[in-house]
Every structure is written in C-alpha cells, then in structure tokens.
Design a protein around this ligand. Structure first.
Ligand SMILES: Nc1ncnc2c1ncn2[C@@H]1O[C@H](COP(=O)(O)OP(=O)(O)OP(=O)(O)O)[C@@H](O)[C@H]1O
Length: 218
C-alpha cells in the first residue's frame, strides 16, 4: 500500500513540487503520468527513499519512508524495493550475470546463482549472461535492469519511463514482463510515464496525473 500525505519536495536550485494526496492499495498498478518536468522521477525517488520530502510523507506498507534513518532506509530498500530507473545504471565493468549479483552484495547477502539463473531464463536473457551491458540492445538492457529489480522479490516495484526508446513491440513486451513479474512477487507496481502506449495498455491501472511544476525563478 502506498499513501502520499501533503507531500512536497523543494529543489534547492529548482522548482517546488507538490503532490496530491493518494492512497493505492497493495498489489495494484499505479500509473504516474505527467508532462516532462512534472515531477514523475522526483516522486519515484521519494517513494524509493532516495530523496527526503521537504514536507509531508510517503508511506509504503505503513512505513514512513522519509522518516527512516539512512541505514534503516538502505535496509528497507534492499528488502522491499525493486527499481528500474530511467537511466539503467548497469555496471559496464561487469557481465550481465555479475550485474545481477550486485543487489545481493549491496544487501550484504551471499549471491544466489540459482535465483539469478532462474530470473535470467524467465526474461529470456540466459544466452546473454556473459555479455557486458554495451553488448546488449536497448530492450535487452532494459530487461536486465528489470531482472535486477525483481531478483529479491520486492513488495514495491518502481519503473521510470520503462518504455522510453523502445519500439512498439519491445514496449509491449517490457510492460507484459513488468506486470507478470510484479504479480509473481505480489508487488505494488508504480509506472512513471508520459508514453500514451502505456496508458492504453493498462486501462485498469490507478492514475496519478501530475501537473507541470510552476516556473521557477532560480
Ligand atoms: N537536481 C535538481 N535540481 C534542480 N531542479 C531539478 C533537479 N532535478 C529535477 N529538477 C526539476 O524538477 C522538475 C521535475 O523533474 P523530474 O525529473 O521529476 O520530472 P519528470 O516528470 O520525471 O520529467 P521527465 O519526464 O522529463 O523525466 C523539473 O522542472 C526539473 O527541471
């Protein structure tokens, strides 16, 4: 379950972003829509505990994420969150397989090769495990980032513009996989997008429409 209450984020040298109150039940799909610059990525970063609200709260399954101390926040993120960011942040120095070991290393847990192999296979990536990210297509790299996000069975799966730079076929496949993998983890799925194809593909998703931030004098 996700709740936003009086949520606001002020960028030091940028706009003030205010978000409407929201309640989204566990396991639902939430579509965060809005024009470029409306604050979609900022909202996802607040939900992920990567930014701290200037005012108000983000509750995920009853936890006030912004109120957690940095160490608690890291632990919470490792245990509950899967994030497919807009820029995928795959390590170029590592193979696909080793990129998928990183979530375990970050959580201070032993890498689980069997789980990695299972997720690679589910995403049709088993033949690409030894490649480096620059040897992948855009769609394949997206799937590796999705694999990394779902490895540890998150209860909250965030995806920032998951269909950007994908053609229609790859975009449909990325959405299908996101929905399938979120359902497998019984995760709440939050998709930030300005891609009309996503809204069309998910007519039953709960909508959060963001308005463009007012112009800023900074
Ligand atoms: N680090 C920053 N410092 C100052 N302003 C910022 C910073 N990051 C983002 N902004 C501003 O905050 C607003 C919201 O940005 P955000 O990236 O959340 O929007 P978005 O809806 O995700 O946009 P897009 O669809 O283009 O990715 C924009 O006006 C942006 O310029």
């Amino acid at each position: 379950m996700i709740e936003l209450k009086d949520l606001r984020y002020d960028y030091r040298n940028g706009p003030t972003l205010s978000f409407a109150d929201l309640s989204a039940s566990a396991g639902c799909t939430l579509l965060v829509r809005g024009a470029s610059g409306a604050g979609k990525s900022t909202l996802l970063a607040l939900m992920a505990g990567l930014l701290t609200p200037t005012a108000g709260q983000v509750f995920v399954d009853g936890i006030d994420v912004g109120a957690l101390a940095p160490r608690q926040r890291d632990a919470w993120r490792g245990a509950h969150l899967g994030f497919v960011p807009q820029r995928l942040h795959l390590s170029e120095a590592l193979s696909v397989r080793d990129n998928l070991g990183l979530p375990y290393v970050c959580a201070g847990e032993p890498v689980q090769p069997a789980r990695i192999a299972e997720v690679l296979e589910r995403l049709g990536l088993q033949g690409l495990a030894a490649r480096r990210p620059h040897q992948l297509s855009v769609g394949q790299a997206q799937r590796v980032a999705l694999a990394r996000a779902v490895l540890r069975g998150p209860s909250l799966l965030l995806a920032d513009e998951p269909t950007a730079s994908l053609d229609d076929e790859a975009a449909a496949e990325a959405l299908r996989l996101l929905i399938e993998l979120a359902a497998l983890s019984r995760a709440t799925l939050v998709l930030a997008t300005h891609d009309a194809r996503v809204s069309q593909a998910l007519p039953d998703a709960q909508l959060l429409q963001l308005n463009r931030a007012p112009a800023c004098s900074a």
